[in-house]
Design a protein around this ligand. Structure first.
Ligand SMILES: Nc1ncnc2c1ncn2[C@@H]1O[C@H](COP(=O)(O)O)[C@@H](OP(=O)(O)O)[C@H]1O
Ligand SMILES: [Mg+2]
Length: 345
């Protein structure tokens, strides 16, 4: 099996190339290129182009080193795209512009995209990819991320988050575009999209909950914002939350710009694995905690969704115990975890 350090470089290269493509696609984005998936969430030329580019890059880099193919679990598939020939042509055009090897046709494009369609990985190591996480942020020209994780025995061992619109540091707001990288047991790092040097990052040491900075989704879904406000009030938080799209929220916690990220929106909603695997290991390797609302570890062993978990609780280590207590005051979990009640009064 390939050394993890080798796969780390391969994954960074794939995400870096994808980020460069995203920036250009976003700058040319027009509304007709946005189509609606069956679940009504917008998906763009960018999502498909990036999924195909990253898959092609991972396959060719690992094959060149004689490694057999790893399973890939990715967000998009070819079916919706095939219904929109104009969009498909645009995706092919962008793909062939950014992919170094020989041009591909529509059938190879579908084949590449559908490699991400599987429900259950069949290899010990497997990739999970969200080509553009925070599509709504991408469309709004706000925050989004290319999120790639390598899993081994169903746990993340590498996480790469490409954040093309996120400033490399909070005190340089105009210097945008960074990649966050974590390797199991080796820490978390940040680098500029256009530079090779990496700096280590750490979660904050904030232990005064009144000064804690929460982050949450920009988009309001279900009871998510209301619940977070209840939990932060119980914790004595005085500051307004930062609202940011995508796994850039994990990036903010990992580098200490935020202290807590909470995510629970609807009783029936199950989180997608590609929305968390990369951010999860980046926060853990930066010294933080990532569990669900019942304190359970995230379980990536049950398919494309985190079916055994309820929401996401991500925090620096100092605030985590008090945060857990505040969650207990805000949610009444019923026996066997099948139902729970929110206590909003
Ligand atoms: N009801 C819901 N509750 C929580 N997450 C949801 C949701 N509906 C969609 N999502 C997920 O939220 C992600 C964006 O999160 P955020 O709002 O924090 O940026 C979406 O990823 P994509 O943008 O990749 O589709 C999608 O997977
Ligand atoms: Mg996503």
């Amino acid at each position: 099996m390939l050394a993890i350090s080798k796969l780390r470089s391969i994954a960074i290269k794939a995400v870096q190339q994808a980020c460069i493509a995203c920036v250009e696609i976003q700058s040319h984005l027009v509304n007709e290129e946005t189509i609606n998936k069956k679940d009504k969430s917008p998906v763009t030329v960018g999502d498909y182009t990036v999924q195909a580019l990253v898959i092609e890059s991972l396959l060719s880099s690992t094959q060149a080193l004689g490694e057999s193919e790893y399973s890939i679990v990715a967000e998009e598939d070819a079916d919706t795209l095939a219904e929109q020939p104009d969009v498909q042509n645009k995706v092919l055009e962008y793909f062939n512009r950014y992919n170094a090897s020989k041009p591909i046709d529509a059938s190879r494009l579908s084949e590449l995209l559908d490699k991400g369609k599987i429900k259950n990985p069949t290899t010990k190591r497997w990739w999970t990819l969200d080509p553009i996480d925070g599509t709504l942020g991408f469309l709004r020209r706000d925050q989004y991320a290319v999120a790639l994780a390598l899993m081994e025995d169903n746990k993340p061992i590498l996480g790469i988050l490409g954040c093309p619109s996120l400033p490399i540091a909070s005190n340089t707001p105009n210097d945008k575009g960074c990649i966050l990288i974590a390797q199991k047991g080796a820490g978390s790092f940040i680098r500029h999209i256009e530079r090779d040097d990496e700096q280590p990052i750490h979660v904050s040491t904030q232990s005064d909950s009144s000064q804690a900075i929460f982050t949450e989704s920009y988009v309001s879904r279900g009871f998510g914002h209301e619940l977070n406000s209840k939990i932060s009030k119980n914790l004595g938080v005085t500051r307004d939350p930062l609202r940011i799209d995508s796994q850039c929220k994990y990036a903010m916690v990992a580098r200490g710009d935020s202290d807590i990220y909470l995510r629970l929106t609807e009783l029936a909603y199950k989180e997608c694995i590609w929305d968390h695997a990369a951010g999860h290991i980046i926060v853990e390797e930066a010294g933080g905690q990532v569990f669900d609302f019942q304190g359970k570890p995230l379980d990536y062993s049950v398919g494309r969704k985190l079916d055994n978990n309820i929401g996401i609780v991500c925090s620096n280590s100092n605030l985590y115990p008090a945060l857990k207590e505040s969650i207990k005051k805000s949610i009444d979990f019923k026996p066997h975890h099948y139902t729970f009640t929110l206590i909003f009064e």
